[in-house]
Design a protein around this ligand. Structure first.
Ligand code: PCA
Length: 327
């Protein structure tokens, strides 16, 4: 330290900072826990953004609904209380039926089709978000949904009165049509729901079964390939506009990479999770004929009910997707 000119050091330090060094910090809320590949992907996305902007934009990720509950994430980003969030897209179905088109059976039964469906619906979804001052950044599919039970599911009558945990309204309807009794439960509440006997079964993916150590509660996973629903990551439009142009670009580029990486992570995590389930003693199988027929009948009903709810725009988007897919 220069005893005679202490201010020299101070002045040098201040001037050493670049003119644009007012770093921005964003708060991000996600609904799924640290064991989810979606959260992994979000964390990599945040790290990419920090690196590409030299720390000008830092995204602080709060996973598992720890800061904001799932249902409050979108309203909070809308209000600007937090800048960025992730939700399970189909939980927005009460706002518009287009948000639940990825939780309908027979629409997209593979990753390729699920991605085509995302491409087909993205413009409408972006428009609906934009009307609320929000901007989607990317979306990533979960592995196909299946059914976890504490017995070998081989007869549709086993659905009678079965208390099934479901992640969204359409899965609840589907459960209803099968004769079961659905309960909507957040991922983080799954262990309590089983341990307190509130549910006997659940519909979700291999990934969530693995992340939630399903083998603690169930013995069988019926890999029914019901549908591949998505999570969507979105930002408050005004917060985005407050960023300078290079930072906006860096964010969008990191989002594009996160989308590509996320879909691959989903495929890989599906494989790894199916193996983990089996390694932990869960029997994994596909539905037998009788169960498949019951799932098909419930699925047809679900689809018909959606068509009735859906407006012209949603139906048209679905038709365009189906034509592109070659149906
Ligand atoms: N996991 C999430 C959504 C769909 C999935 O596979 C859940 O069950 O909550």
């Amino acid at each position: 330290m220069n005893k005679h000119f202490p201010h020299v050091l101070l002045v040098t330090t201040v001037f050493a900072l670049p003119a644009t060094a007012i770093a921005t910090e964003w708060t991000m809320a996600t609904p799924y826990g640290e064991a989810s590949f979606h959260t992994d992907n979000v964390r990599q996305f945040a790290a990419d953004v920090a690196e590409a902007t030299n720390g000008e934009l830092t995204i602080n990720v709060h996973s598992g609904g720890s800061l904001v509950a799932h249902g409050e994430i979108k309203p909070s980003v809308r209000r600007g209380t937090i800048e960025i969030g992730e939700v399970f897209l189909s939980v927005l179905s009460n706002e518009d039926p287009i948000f639940e088109v990825d939780t309908l059976p027979g629409v997209a039964g593979s990753y390729e089709e699920a991605y085509q469906l995302w491409e087909a619906t993205q413009p409408v979804i972006s428009e609906l978000f934009a009307n609320q001052g929000l901007m989607p950044l990317y979306a990533v599919a979960w592995p196909a949904q299946g059914i976890y039970t504490a017995f070998d599911l081989n007869d549709p009558e086993q659905f009678d009165g079965l208390r099934v945990r479901a992640p969204n309204i359409n899965t609840q309807r589907f459960t209803d049509y099968l004769g079961g009794s659905p309960t909507e439960t957040e991922e983080s509440d799954i262990p309590t729901a089983f341990s307190t006997g509130r549910v006997d079964a659940m519909i979700t993916s291999s990934s969530t079964g693995n992340a939630m150590t399903a083998w603690d509660y169930v013995t069988h996973y019926t890999d029914a390939n019901l549908w591949l629903p998505k999570n969507i990551i979105f930002v408050n439009q005004r917060a985005f506009e407050r960023l300078d142009e290079p930072t906006q670009q860096a964010l969008l580029e990191a989002a594009a990479r996160a989308e590509e990486r996320g879909w691959q992570m989903s495929r890989d995590d599906n494989q790894a999770s199916l193996e983990a389930l089996e390694a932990n003693g869960v029997t994994v199988s596909t539905p037998n004929e009788a169960v498949a027929a019951a799932l098909q009948a419930a699925g047809d009903k679900l689809f018909a009910a959606w068509e009735e709810r859906a407006g012209e725009q949603a139906q048209q988007v679905l038709q365009e997707y189906q034509q592109q897919r070659g149906n």
